[in-house]
Every structure is written in C-alpha cells, then in structure tokens.
Design a protein around this ligand. Structure first.
Ligand SMILES: Nc1ncnc2c1ncn2[C@@H]1O[C@H](COP(=O)(O)OP(=O)(O)OP(=O)(O)O)[C@@H](O)[C@H]1O
Ligand SMILES: [Mg+2]
Length: 298
C-alpha cells in the first residue's frame, strides 16, 4: 500500500488546477454570444452594437461579428459602404473552407469606441450557398473564431433574420444566445421554433450552448397591449427574461443612421441607461459561469 505525502498531494492538486485552468483558457478564453431571432427588425443589430460597446466601456475586449449579409452592424458602426470592404466575414470563412492561413488581425476593423468588428456585406449570401456543400459546414464560423478568440473577452455575433446555415454556424460557435424580442407582437410561435433550433444545435453540434435570456426591446409601456404582452412573455419564460428592458426610443433608432454609439448619441437617455443595465446583467452571467467552472476544483 502506498501512502501519499503532503507534498505529493499538493503536487497532485497543483496538477489538477493547471490541467483544469489551462484547458479552460485554451479552449474558451472568450465568451461568444449569438444575438439571434429569425424574426426581422426586433433589435438584434442595435443590441449587438450597444451591448458590445457597453462591455467595452466596462474594460472588456470585444469582437463584434456581423453575420448578416445586409451588413447593418457594419454600417451602424460607421462603414456605410460594406460592399466596398474586403476582406469581410465571407472572405475569412472562405479561407477556412479552403484551409488557407489567416493572418493575425486580418479583416478586423477597429472602431473608435474600442470594439473590433469583422464586417459583412452581400457576399455573405453567396457564402451561405457555398456552405451547403462544404464539409463540416456548421463549424466554419467556430473554426474562424478559434483563430482570433484568445485576444478577446467577448465575441458577439449579430445573426441574420433566418434560421439558415449562417445562423446555425453562429449557434455552433456560441457559448450562449441572447434573443431580442420586440415586446409589441406575440412572439410565441417564432420563439418556439428558435428554441427548438437551439435545442437541436445543442444536442447535435454544440453541447455547451445555453440561452442567456430573452431581452425585451422597443418596449412601449404606454399601451395596454404592450404591457400585456410584456407580462405574458415574463410569465411564459420566467427567469429566462433579462430584467433590463430596452425602451422604444427615437435616439436608439437614430444610431443606425448617425453611426454613433447610443452612449455617444444620447449619453443619459433611457435607451443608453437600459443598455448599461443589460451590460451589467450580461457581465454578471459571465461571473456565474466562471464560479460554476471553478466549482470542481474546490
Ligand atoms: N429601442 C429602440 N427604439 C426604437 N427603434 C429601435 C430600437 N431598437 C432598434 N430600433 C430600430 O428598429 C429597426 C430594427 O432594429 P435592428 O436593425 O436592430 O433589428 P434587427 O433585428 O437587427 O433587424 P434585422 O432582422 O433586419 O437584422 C431599426 O430601424 C432600428 O433603428
Ligand atoms: Mg440586424
């Protein structure tokens, strides 16, 4: 029978710590969040920009990924002609498919707020068609992200309004999903379809995928209908709805044409304050994940 000394035990524990944390760091140094909802115009892009810049204002290194061929996020951040940009997300994903090397920082734009952006344009539509006949077609975006992930704390993917192959790529690359829902219409059917897709991706492609929550956008609490729908969503999805609600606000609508962040455009307005609250909630979720990850070593 062997008796382990205190030194042996300490060395074993150290080994366990190193293995645990080294693995976590090398695989998941970044928290990747997909902003997804196949319904159009619900605030995905506005939330991606405002949450991303919000996280950056809290000292986090943030990469925004425009995964929509409309290029709305790219335009919102101040590149009004995305079709003239190269390389873009489609170029980088094509390189992954062709197994070509990607240079450090290739295609990544720097926004004055501090966030970085992988832009998109109409070429992404063609790429989506190419993906259909590509080996490991669901993991191309995840493979791209793994080449840049170690430089960021958060990567936010702004999805297009569909459940097509690019959104599946985003869900496969993500640790979690935030679902912006416009509190004006009953979203029940579309939401169920989205949640089924998330469950399918989690089961077949990405076991770590979680839903961070639904964020109610363009909330107008002046109308009874909006208040009722708001209450119904909270009753149905309970703890999966963020406490922070994004109010309907002209200032929030204006940022898509002003090319300013909500924090620069209307610093103390209600939309900026709401996005600051959402940012705090998202940061606190990140801490919970870290606490959870650290549990086994205690
Ligand atoms: N809080 C808000 N109050 C008022 N208007 C808003 C608000 N948030 C976004 N908008 C406006 O609503 C429209 C849709 O927003 P956004 O582009 O963020 O949605 P989306 O879900 O990304 O749309 P798509 O599905 O087309 O990608 C835009 O014109 C935007 O400026
Ligand atoms: Mg959008």
């Amino acid at each position: 029978m062997t008796t382990s000394t205190t030194a042996d035990r300490q060395s074993e524990q150290l080994c366990f710590f190193e293995t645990h944390f080294t693995t976590e760091r090398s695989i998941e140094p970044v928290k990747t969040i997909a902003l997804a909802n196949q319904k159009g115009g619900v605030g995905k892009t506005t939330t991606a920009a405002s949450l991303g810049i919000g996280l950056s204002r809290q000292g986090k290194k943030v990469l925004l990924i425009d995964a929509d061929a409309q290029g709305n996020l790219t335009q919102m951040l101040g590149w009004p002609q995305p079709d003239e940009l190269s390389p873009t997300l489609s170029t980088l994903m094509e390189k992954i498919i062709a197994e070509q090397p990607i240079a450090p920082g290739e295609g990544i734009l720097h926004h004055p707020s501090g966030v970085h952006l992988v832009p998109a344009n109409i070429e992404l539509s063609a790429l989506e068609v190419t993906l259909v006949n590509t080996m490991s077609r669901e993991t191309v975006l995840r493979q791209y992200l793994s080449t840049v992930a170690d430089r960021y704390d958060y990567a936010l993917i702004d999805c297009m309004p569909s459940l097509g192959m690019l959104t599946i790529n985003a869900l496969t690359a993500a640790d979690s999903v935030i679902i912006p829902v416009q509190a004006q219409y009953l979203p029940a059917k579309g939401l169920e379809q989205l949640l089924r897709t998330i469950t399918r991706v989690k089961r077949q492609l990405n076991p770590k995928l979680e839903v961070d929550g639904i964020v109610l956008t363009m909330v107008d609490s002046r109308t009874t209908l909006a208040r009722e729908i708001n209450a119904l969503i909270r009753k149905t999805y309970g703890g999966h709805v963020f406490a922070s609600e994004i109010p309907r606000s002209i200032k929030a609508a204006e940022i898509s044409v002003e090319n300013k962040s909500i924090y620069d455009h209307d610093r103390s307005g209600k939309a900026a304050l709401a996005y600051e609250n959402l940012t705090r909630e998202v940061l606190s979720l990140g801490k919970q994940i870290k606490r959870h990850r650290a549990d086994p070593v205690r």
